[in-house]
Ligand binder design. Structure first.
Ligand code: PHB
Length: 394
């Protein structure tokens, strides 16, 4: 039975957990990382594909050897289409920043390889994960390894980076945490297809038929989504029906046409907003989706997770190396400020771009007024560009 002693036990080997492990390792702090998924399963998890410049800078730190520049693509803006009229937002001229199209699973592959090169203990496919003594200064994590061995990790701190259904979060007594939650009356129907890109940048489209997002993956694979009822069965949608619907949602007087091709993946993604506060209890700290989920409309999920870790890593280093726990004590306050900005932006983008089947005609017109107020104003466009490209870390 492996009995491990470490500085930080990290539950969750997704991008948040592994980025944290990397930053700690770079500062000479040991960690043990565990995850109940296999490395292949995590690598196959499709999530949003947009990285803020600050997230890219984190992937550029020595030791990661990320392919973000060779396999990713810089995007200097997005196109917001309203009833078929294009409103390009040029990020460099508005806010002096860009974003990168680099799917989350690629970031994971980079980080998992970096972790493996350090030779530090990392256990995928564990079962029965349990946190103990998080109220004390000697917490521990137990799990069963893939080979059926009991694993016991004692640490000074535990970080729960274990996703939206976080078992770590559940180990915080209910009276000590508050959950803020919002559900939306629609979902996204997402596809992967074999086709060339339809446009240089992502298109976020609002139309009477509902929202559509024309995203990309590579020169010959594209990702697209359209707003659908959460109860939609993907099997009811033939390729022809999907292309007709997507095309109808982006059609306009400019004659814009999507480049189509065989659809290789169909999925319906319900979405919601949730935040747990505080993001800490005793010796346990939450990072990424375990503390907050955002609707995908603003592509903030992974960026928020990296932003948490950008604050948490130096705070853990100061506490462990310099016995200065002040930044750690401020972690939740610092991180949640950015979380709520991202919640607001994701909510606002969602509300402005989707048609709400439960709303009255007044609300539909009002949200159009909100969108055109922003798009018709230089200040408004700059605001959207600032939110999309992201706020400074920490
Ligand atoms: C994606 O490419 O999957 C994607 C991009 C931008 C979003 C959401 C999803 O806002």
């Amino acid at each position: 039975m492996p009995d491990l002693h470490t500085d930080v036990a990290i539950v969750g080997a997704g991008p948040a957990g592994l980025m944290l492990a990397h930053l700690l390792h770079a500062a000479g702090i040991d960690s043990v990382v565990i995850d109940n998924r296999s490395r292949d399963d995590i690598a196959a998890t499709h999530r949003a594909g947009i990285l803020e410049a600050a997230s890219v800078r984190m992937l550029e730190t020595p030791g990661i050897d990320s392919r973000v520049h060779s396999a990713g693509h810089r995007h200097d803006g997005i196109d917001v289409r309203v009833d078929g009229i294009s409103h390009p937002l040029d990020f460099p001229s508005l806010v002096g920043e860009s974003v990168w199209l680099y799917p989350q699973n690629e970031a994971f592959v980079d980080l998992a390889a970096a972790r493996a090169r350090t030779g530090s203990p990392t256990f995928y496919s564990v079962t029965d994960t349990r946190l103990a003594d998080i109220d004390s200064t000697s917490p521990s994590v137990r799990a069963v390894t893939e080979d059926g061995e009991q694993l016991s990790i004692s640490a000074r701190y535990v970080v729960g980076a274990d996703g939206s259904r976080s078992p770590s979060r559940a180990s915080i007594p209910e009276a000590s945490r508050q959950r803020f939650f919002h559900e939306y009356p629609f979902a996204w129907f997402g596809i992967l297809c074999q086709a060339p890109p339809s446009h240089e940048v992502l298109i976020y489209s609002r139309s009477d038929r509902g929202f559509a997002l024309i995203s990309q993956r590579s020169a010959d694979v594209q990702r697209m989504y359209f707003q659908a009822d959460p109860g939609t069965d993907p099997d009811d949608w033939s390729d022809d029906r999907i292309w007709t619907e997507l095309q109808a949602r982006v059609a306009g007087p400019d004659g814009f046409e999507l480049k189509t091709g065989p659809i290789t993946d169909k999925v319906v993604l319900p979405f919601r907003s949730a935040v747990t506060e505080p993001m800490q209890h005793g010796s346990l700290f939450l990072a990424g989706d375990s503390a907050h989920t955002v609707p995908p409309t603003g592509a903030k999920g992974l960026n928020l997770a990296f932003a948490d870790v950008a604050v948490l890593a130096p705070a853990l280093v100061a506490a462990l190396r310099d016995s200065d726990a002040e930044a750690l004590a401020r972690y939740s306050t610092t991180a949640t400020k950015r979380v709520w900005k991202a919640q607001n932006f994701s909510y606002q983008m969602t509300r402005m771009l989707h048609t709400d089947p439960t709303a009255d005609a007044f609300e539909t017109k009002r949200s159009l007024g909100e969108l055109t107020s922003l798009l018709d104003s230089e200040h408004g466009r700059r605001y959207l560009a600032e939110c999309y490209t992201g706020w400074p870390h920490g």
